[in-house]
Design a binder for this molecule. Sequence first.
Ligand code: HEC
Length: 134
Amino acid sequence: MVWRMFLTLLLAAGTASAQEADPEAGQGIFWTYCWQCHGSEARGDGPMAEMLAIETPDLTRLAARNGGTFPTGDVAMKIDGRAALLAHGGDMPIFGPVLQGDRSVAMRLPDGQPMLASRPLADLVVYLETLQTE
Ligand code: HEC
């Protein structure tokens, strides 16, 4: 309940001050922390990919693999470590701490529900969304 009220307030504040996630900032984060495995174009072909025991996914196909809808919440939780993916604790570092920002941004999930994320995480997720191919 309190959470819901907080979210409503935050969304209202967000609309007023245009708290939009920024894909260009997200690209900068990707080129710092992610390209080594996922590749500079996020196709899963970074220089470190072949050293990993499991295949590094092509991040331009996240929507295509989800029936054409970009799975915003799922992607966010796989990046920040909230989704309990075994492989993320192994081959993929947990990026939550790196992506902590002092402000939260509300992202819209495919069903229209808002989801709060730190600004760097939201930037990264909207950047990945711009990369989606058929
Ligand atoms: C050390 C190599 C490595 C780095 C660095 C890395 N990843 Fe990954 N990533 C992987 C691997 C391997 C998987 C597959 C994990 C699995 O299938 O369980 C993965 C999975 C993912 C997934 C889930 C894809 C899907 O199909 O659902 C996303 C999203 C993702 N990574 C984003 C990122 C982002 C964003 C960064 C930078 C903050 C990053 N990764 C950094 C290796 C890496």
